[in-house]
Design a protein around this ligand. Structure first.
Ligand SMILES: C[S@@+](CC[C@H](N)C(=O)[O-])C[C@H]1O[C@@H](n2cnc3c(N)ncnc32)[C@H](O)[C@@H]1O
Length: 190
């Protein structure tokens, strides 16, 4: 059931945009689950660029991609997503179909290593600039952990301010979840 997990719900939405041959970015590869999804969606003629600041996350993602036998259509960068304009070759700028952000900390790892408002906003702006028309940005935001509320407010504030004639922004939220909320924001570039 897609609505049992907000990330599965997000992947259903992104599946509508992603086709074989597409270009995708996983801005926070973490344990590699989202990278595997993107790699399968875009297939051997597409490509996925992945970013994470933790070396462990990058090797976890590499291992998962190997284990899951996905197409070899990916390039991982052990650097912050705020550097994506420098790392993604220029030939792909304006041709990216999907950028996925899954914010917060890496489950099962050091919870003090978190995404931060300033670099997240820089990376979101960079993502919007490299998306093609019809491309989609998805952002999973977790409030509740230290720094999470601030990032949640900053990301939602920025996305809410995007020009309606250039972007459409949709927010979804699991409203009956106990504890802190998990929100998904989808930004489509017109
Ligand atoms: C919630 S986890 C991502 C989960 C992942 N997408 C998955 O499928 O397992 C968030 C990740 O963001 C990474 N991160 C933190 N700051 C970052 C930055 N500036 N650029 C890229 N990744 C960052 C963390 O190291 C962590 O692995």
């Amino acid at each position: 059931m897609i609505a049992s997990n907000i990330l599965s719900f997000a992947k259903c939405i992104l599946s509508e945009v992603l086709e074989p041959g597409c270009i995708a970015v996983d801005a926070t590869t973490g344990n590699g689950y989202d990278t595997v999804f993107l790699s399968r969606q875009v297939g051997i003629n597409g490509h996925v660029f992945g970013f994470d600041i933790q070396e462990d996350a990058i090797s976890q993602t590499e291992d998962r991609l190997d284990e899951e036998c996905v197409p070899v259509n990916w390039t991982l960068f052990n650097t912050g997503h705020e550097n994506m304009l420098r790392f993604i070759p220029e030939e792909f700028h304006g041709k990216v179909n999907v950028v996925m952000f899954n914010l917060g900390f890496l489950p099962g790892s050091d919870k003090s290593v978190i995404t931060k408002s300033e670099t997240t906003l820089e990376a979101i702006k960079a993502s919007l600039s490299i998306l093609n028309r019809g491309g989609m940005l998805s952002i999973a935001i977790y409030a509740g952990h230290p720094g999470g509320d601030e990032e949640d407010a900053a990301v939602r504030g920025f996305c809410t301010s995007l020009d309606y004639h250039s972007f459409r922004v949709i927010q979804s939220e699991m409203v009956n979840k106990p504890g802190f909320p998990i929100r998904m924001i989808f930004v489509s570039k017109l």
